[in-house]
Every structure is written in C-alpha cells, then in structure tokens.
Design a protein around this ligand. Structure first.
Ligand code: SAM
Ligand code: SF4
Ligand code: F3S
Length: 459
C-alpha cells in the first residue's frame, strides 16, 4: 500500500514557498544535475518549487542558491560532483550570501552528512532524494536563520504528489511512475540511497500523461529504477504502459529501466500491440555468465535472459535492444568475461553502456575478493567496446538508405548537423534543419551511420 505525504505537510511547503517569495526579489537559483533520468526528473520538480519561491533560474553556479543534484552510482560520478562542490568555495567568496544545497543520491549515502559537516563547510544543507519535496522548508530555514541544515533524517518512504514542475523541453516529459529499488544487486548503491520501491497510483500517472498529451507533449518517458516491478493499485506495468499509450494524439511512450527478471511476456505483448510505445527495450544484462549474475543477485540466468530476448524479437519486429554491462565484477574470470562477449555476439545489441566495476561502500560486492588487476579490467573493457562498436556499425549500416519517421528532438552540437531526432525505436539521428521543427514528427532518410547514431536528411 503506497503511503503519501499528507495534504497538511504539502500545504506547509506551499506556505514556505510563499514566505520565501515574500522575502526576496530578483534572487537567482541554479540546479546542477548529475546522473540518470531520475535525477533529471527530480531537478525539474526542484526548479518548479524554486520558481514558486520567486527565484529566477540561472545558467550557472554564480546563482544565489545552488542545488547540486548528485549521483553516487560509480566513484567517477561522485568525484565529479565533489570536485564541483570544492569549486563552489570560490563562488561563495564572491557572493557570501550564496546558499548551497547538496541533493540527490550522494545525499542519501551512509556517512555523507558527517562528511559534509566536517569537510565541506561551504555546503549549507543536505537533502536526500526521498526528502527533496521539503526543499521550500529547507530554503526558508536557510534564509531565516542563516544556519546550516544537515539533519540526520531517515529516508521518507512516502510519495509527494502535485509538486510544481519546470519541464526542460515542452515537447518531452519524464513521468516518474515509481521510486526506489528493492533489488539490492550486490554492486549497486541505488537501493541504499533511494529507499524501497513505492509506486504512484495509476490515476495520478495516467492523469499526468493525459494532461501532457493534451498540452502537445510528443515524447513521454515513464521512469523508475525498475519500471516493470511497478505495482500501482490494481495495475501492473504492462497495463499501465498500455493505458498510457492509449490517449488520442500523436506521441510516443518510452520507459526506463526494465529489469530482465520482471520483464514478462505480457509486457512484451503489450509493446507489440501498442503502436505508440517505442520499439526499444533497454534490458540491462550486466554479465553473460550465470555464475557472476548469481553473485550480482540479478535473479536471472544467461539462458533465461536469452530466451526472453528470443521471445521479444519474435513478437516485436524491428525491436531495438540496448543494455548495460559491468566489466570486472569481483571474481570475474577470463571465462566469465568470454561468456559476456559471446552473449553480446549472440544478442547483437544496438548499443551498450559499459562500465568497469566500481566498489561502493556499504554494498556486498565492495567487500568481495577482487584479484583481477585494474589493467586486466581495462583490457577486457576495451575488448568489449571494440566488439560492440563493430556490431553497432554493422547494424546501423544496414539502415542506410531507409526512410523512417522521427521526432525532431531539438538542437544538437553537431555543427552542420544542427538537429537531433529520434526514430520510433529511440535511435538518434543527426541532421540539418530548421530548429523550429523541434517537437514535430518528420520523415527522415538515413544517409549515413556511426556506432552511436545515424546521419539523416529531412524528406
Ligand atoms: N536499475 C537499472 C537496472 O537494474 O538495470 C540500472 C540502474 S544503474 C543507475 C545504471 C547502471 O549502472 C547499471 O545497470 C549498472 O550497469 C551500472 N552500475 C551500477 N552500479 C555500478 C557499480 N558499482 N560499478 C559499475 N557500474 C555500476
Ligand atoms: Fe541497482 Fe539493481 Fe536496483 Fe538497478 S535493479 S537500481 S542495478 S539494485
Ligand atoms: Fe546516479 Fe542515483 Fe541515478 S546514483 S544513476 S542518480 S539513481
């Protein structure tokens, strides 16, 4: 049974927003976002609250209020955020009234508060992902008292509905359908920092999707760490997806991320039956060795994963599959790694996100014996990316000459190819065109291919 933040508590946050608004005029705020789409979605809500508090959204860290929405998934992500927090000292020296809030997944790590209290004096408040709806209360406290706010809060297991939002793009939207994760893969920090799974009510999700579609939104991404374990009252994920894709209008529904253990035939049949659902499944496999999958606590085997892929491909012609792989999990032998290579050869993913295992304090894998050297891991990593690049290039080259329907996504940094577009399968096309086409579906001829994307021409 999902628990919700009460109307009284939300009203108190609204009251705080009004009080902050009355205290200042012309103040600026900046939200710096690291990590995955979940953080992007949270940042959009934070910007919504900041706007209600009267802040003007600023483009960089010189703002009067800076929120650093951090990621903790790998050491590299943490180092980037910490480096930036270190840098903030200079901005604060220029603007001593500046307030800095550490938010996101690092804020939920065991020990993070203590570390900030001791070593990051420039940080004024810490707000973990389960408590970020308390942003107005936190900002008001900082402005009224000038004191730091780094309470030892527990993760909040409730859902806060109805928070304001500033969407980054008018034509596309993230819709979080659930929060947290119960899977406890042995390498992963996410369940430790984002708390247990909780699903929004289907009416709330579908109401939001319908309003977005009416508003002209063309690209809706249903979000969750493990969307297919969604358990809203009376609806599973397949049913929710089917319903989200059944409103009148020209739009596409995507979802991220599916866990193979919960990817049911019913879900695949739903994708096959709903033309508005993207023909793409991101299905992280992590390893091709059943032995390593067991040590990772993934709860599927190489064989069951491959069966699932076969079923999906038999039901959804043209399906695009992408995946995540971790190289160098503790105890991964050369044979285990060969199993990953052979699985990648067999599945032929469109693209892969590959990571070298990064030990995360407090997770079981961080304490496992790990005799493989960094050099061996890097060498395996290079072999895997070489293989995938070859496969991606072969698959992408086959599409050259075809004309596809694509949603113009906006401007890109591609020089002459100034626009980015997405196909019905979620593949990226770079092309030249008028930026005012953003948000429109257009026919595009594929004229070239790279390992990550296509080059195209508007028809
Ligand atoms: N919930 C999604 C799932 O289960 O597939 C993924 C969430 S995680 C934010 C994204 C990817 O980061 C994972 O699929 C995994 O490949 C990678 N990852 C997570 N923890 C990691 C670690 N400790 N070291 C290296 N990669 C990691
Ligand atoms: Fe992490 Fe596993 Fe949960 Fe994904 S399913 S967020 S990898 S614990
Ligand atoms: Fe990072 Fe948190 Fe996402 S750890 S990948 S921002 S869920």
């Amino acid at each position: 049974m999902t628990a919700f933040v009460s109307e009284n508590e939300l009203e108190y946050q609204r009251e705080c927003m009004r009080r902050v608004r009355a205290m200042q005029s012309g103040a600026t705020a900046f939200v710096d976002t690291y990590g995955c789409q979940q953080n992007e979605a949270d940042s959009e809500r934070m910007r919504g609250m900041l706007r209600e508090m009267g802040y003007t959204l600023a483009p960089d860290e010189r703002a009067d209020l800076v929120i650093i929405n951090t990621c903790a998934v790998r050491e590299h992500a943490e180092q980037r955020a910490l480096g930036n927090i270190g840098h903030m000292v200079h901005y604060k020296r220029e603007n001593p009234a500046q307030k800095i809030i550490l938010a996101g997944c690092m804020a939920g790590e065991p020990g993070a508060r203590e570390r900030v209290r001791r070593s990051y004096r420039q940080v004024d408040a810490v707000l973990d992902t389960t408590n970020f709806w308390r942003l107005p209360e936190t900002v008001l406290h900082l402005l009224e008292t000038g004191e730091r706010s780094i309470p030892d809060t527990e993760p909040d297991s409730r859902i806060a509905e109805g928070l304001p939002v500033v969407r980054t793009h008018p034509h596309k939207a993230y819709v979080s359908i659930m929060y947290g994760c119960n899977n406890f893969c042995t390498y992963c920090i996410v369940p430790h920092v984002r708390g247990r799974e909780r699903s929004r009510c289907p009416q709330d999700v579908l109401g939001e999707v319908e309003a977005l579609v009416k508003d002209g939104c063309r690209d809706i991404m249903l979000l969750g760490q493990n969307v297919n374990s969604y358990a809203g009252e009376g609806m599973d994920f397949a049913e929710l997806l089917g319903a989200a894709a059944s409103f009148d209008g020209d739009y596409v529904v995507r979802f991220m991320t599916s866990h193979p253990k919960d990817c049911t035939h019913k879900l695949i049949d739903t994708i096959a039956a709903c033309p508005k659902v993207e023909r793409h499944i991101h299905l992280p496999v992590q390893s091709g060795s059943s032995r390593i999958l067991k040590a990772m606590n993934r709860r599927y085997t190489r064989e069951s994963y491959l069966e699932l892929v076969d079923y999906a491909r038999s039901k959804i012609p043209g399906l695009v599959l992408t995946s995540d792989v971790i190289v160098g999990f503790p105890g991964e032998t050369e044979q285990d790694f060969e199993d990953t290579l052979s699985l990648v050869r067999e599945v032929r993913y469109d693209s892969l996100f590959t990571f070298i295992f990064s030990p995360r304090e407090g997770t079981p894998a961080a304490a496992m014996d790990d005799p493989t050297t960094r050099e061996e891991k890097s060498e395996r990593f290079a072999r895997l990316t070489d293989l995938q690049n070859e496969i991606s290039m072969e698959i992408h080259s086959e599409a050259v000459g075809r004309t596809v329907r694509a949603l113009i996504d906006g401007e890109s940094r591609g020089g002459e190819l100034n626009l980015a577009a997405r196909t019905q399968e979620g593949r990226l096309i770079n092309l030249a065109g008028d930026p005012s086409l953003t948000g429109q579906f257009r026919d595009v001829e594929i004229t070239g291919a790279t390992t990550w994307s296509f080059i195209g021409r508007l028809k």
